[in-house]
Design a protein around this ligand. Sequence first.
Ligand SMILES: [Zn+2]
Length: 233
Amino acid sequence: MEKKIEIKKYINHQNQKLFDELSSVYNIELYLDPSMNSWGIDNNEPIIRTPKDDLNIASFTHELLHLYLDYQGLTSKEHIYYEIFNIHVLMSINRAMLFDHIYNVSCHKKIYPIFHNLGFQDKDFVQNNGFFFKRRDYLIIKTCRSLNIMSKRWISQFIGHFFALKNDIIESHEQYNRKYLYKLAKLDKRLYQIIYNFDTKWTKQTDLDCCENYLELSNDLFRWLKENNKIKK
Ligand SMILES: [Zn+2]
């Protein structure tokens, strides 16, 4: 059962201005929701949820910043998923999960600098700061690819891990992440290049209209899947 939480205790000198600005447009609500795995915000709603009333102001602010991107005109996830992405591409990857992940970490690229400027610590940006991509994951991708099996799985893992590694802001992870990015690049140069191009363009871009970015990603992936006979009918 969810229970409404008083927001005031999650506001401090770091996020007050941001909260005030957003509150002038949105009716922001905070709920205790033990069914959640971590802090989160509803799609297209100013409703923030947390599994624990843990007074984690950094996590609360992180979710506020997701709302801030919407406020600033970020293209919605639904629009990209339903209107932009090629259905054959979606059918050839673990679509919902992978797509959520790509969209989420791409948002983080824009959220993190603001979070940092508000004076929060890097280690508090996301709650789980461990290494997600291990040698074992890499070997699974490599083996499936060379045996030409479970293509939906390895392609999704390849893309998903690229985005996770590229958007990890923890400084002490840098060398480790770079090593695995290099390994992925060597494994499939063209696939790597496609997602690298998307990531680079999005990093440099200052506005938040990402229709073109995702359209290009979808087209490039479609071409790559076709050339590699990976289109699922
Ligand atoms: Zn987030």
